[in-house]
Design a protein around this ligand. Structure first.
Ligand code: HEM
Length: 421
């Protein structure tokens, strides 16, 4: 998000005032890629038990660590918005006639859309995620994962698994939306440009984003004229019983939503699941012997090793009191997913990796409420397919050194994930 110097000064003033008047927590450092990113659980447990809410000056936001039930409730609490435009320092939204293509796309993103409009889009995109279409997506998933396994099988020494897991969701999402995989760079450029709007200090590469928009638009226009038996054609063509259908701009914005929310999360999802398995190698033969336990194993891995460091983002729509703390309209709140997932009242011995837990449905992975991950079934299919093929083909896969991480507003982004087999 590009902020003017004036806004940056206003934020600095706000932070100083908050620092003086509000509770903070010195141990919390969302830039600490050395310790906090490696294992956020000790600090998250500390927050859950003693520091449920505090102001974090580094990110100009409140950090909220609730127990498991509180986490699920908070994620769907209508008093908080998912949209950055509701941040008190967000640049004013331009009138539609003055918006460029990227700005138009961003204002139509599903994850920052509100109530009525959001419900309508979710209803209209639903057919694209029908069981039949999910089944067809599995063919794409199988093919892309097989290519990754082939690449891994050529490795003769240590290699960076993060390079491979980065490509898998990007290729799957490109194929899904009909963009030739040779345009992955443009596609990623567009996704990165949109993601940058989610970080207060994000940088945007406009020319790559523009090429990405042109690439996606060309596919949508083509499918309108020449429908095929594919995901994008379903989106372009499906109308509900009242004849309501998505406009070209809405399909564009939905595709952009998938590109923004899909590739990075899925890469982290794969990295942290695999990291958990190979650091608990006893589980590998169990999975290979009983592949049907893979979904539980992945859920448990993500429960204690979720990829975000301190969670998702919300903005107060009104003045509210949270955990006894007055939150002002427009303030940003990071809700700590990791803390809820290691809540000892819900998950006995929470830091123990136990794939036989009976309450794995209680784990927060894909969200809660109306913004629940629209592609959760696809994401699970990618995780399941990759983990089974990887562990099945390379059961001796092991970590060569501790992964390294890059600073990120939301995720514990692995830069190197060196493994060998
Ligand atoms: C594999 C790992 C994934 C995880 C853990 C994940 C998790 C989530 C979560 C927690 C939310 C809700 C965010 C909130 O409430 O603020 C969400 C929303 C969303 N996800 Fe996923 N996701 C994953 C993969 C994907 C993929 C592969 C796609 C698309 C190809 C996708 C598309 C979306 C979209 C469009 C939304 C916004 C839904 C809405 O606002 O209605 N996600 N995801």
């Amino acid at each position: 998000m590009e902020l003017s110097l004036f806004t940056k000064l206003k934020i600095a003033g706000y932070v100083i005032k908050q620092l003086i008047t509000k509770p903070t927590f010195n141990k919390y450092n969302p830039d600490d890629t050395q310790d906090y990113y490696k294992n956020p659980n000790p600090l998250n447990l500390e927050m859950l038990t003693g520091k449920k809410i505090f102001f974090a000056p580094r990110i100009a936001a409140w950090v909220l660590s609730l127990d498991r039930d509180g986490l699920f409730e908070f994620a769907k609490d209508e008093r908080f918005s998912v949209s950055f435009k509701d941040w008190r320092f967000a640049p004013a939204v331009k009138p539609e006639s003055e918006q460029d293509d990227l700005e138009k796309l961003i204002s139509g993103l599903l994850m920052s859309m509100d109530r009525g409009d959001h419900r309508r889009i979710r209803r209209l995109v639903q057919p694209a995620f029908s069981p039949r279409n999910i089944h067809k997506m599995q063919d794409i998933v199988d093919r892309v994962v097989d290519e990754a396994i082939e690449t891994i099988s050529k490795k003769t020494g240590p290699f960076n698994l993060a390079d491979i897991t980065a490509e898998i969701p990007l290729k799957i999402t490109s194929e899904l939306v009909g963009v030739d995989t040779s345009y992955r760079k443009e596609f990623k450029g567009l996704a990165d440009a949109i993601m940058a709007t989610y970080a207060p200090e994000g940088d945007i590469n406009y020319s790559l984003a523009k090429s990405g928009i042109d690439t996606v638009k060309a596919v949508i226009l083509d499918r309108r004229e020449n429908p095929r038996d594919d995901f994008i054609s379903v989106l372009v063509q499906t109308a509900d019983e009242d004849g309501d259908r998505l406009s070209i701009e809405e399909v564009m914005a939905f595709v952009a939503s998938l590109m923004t929310a899909g590739p990075d999360t899925t890469q982290h999802f794969l990295n942290f699941a695999i990291q958990t398995f190979i650091t608990h190698p006893d589980v590998i033969p169990q999975i290979n012997k009983n592949p049907q336990i893979i979904d539980d194993a992945i859920t448990e891995a993500l429960r204690m090793n979720y990829f975000s460091h301190s969670g998702g983002v919300r903005f107060a729509r009104e003045d509210v009191v949270l955990e006894g703390q007055q939150i002002k309209k427009g303030e940003m709140i990071k809700f700590n997913v990791n803390a809820g997932n290691i809540d000892p009242d819900t998950f006995e011995d929470p830091l123990k990796f136990d794939i036989t837990r009976k309450n794995l449905n209680d784990v927060f992975i894909f969200g809660s409420g109306s913004h629940f991950c629209v592609a959760a079934a696809l994401a699970k299919a990618i995780g399941r397919t990759f983990a089974l093929k990887l562990l099945g083909n390379f059961p001796t896969l092991r970590l060569v050194e501790e992964p390294t991480y890059e600073k990120d507003f939301i995720s514990r982004k692995m830069v190197t994930f060196m493994v060998e087999y």
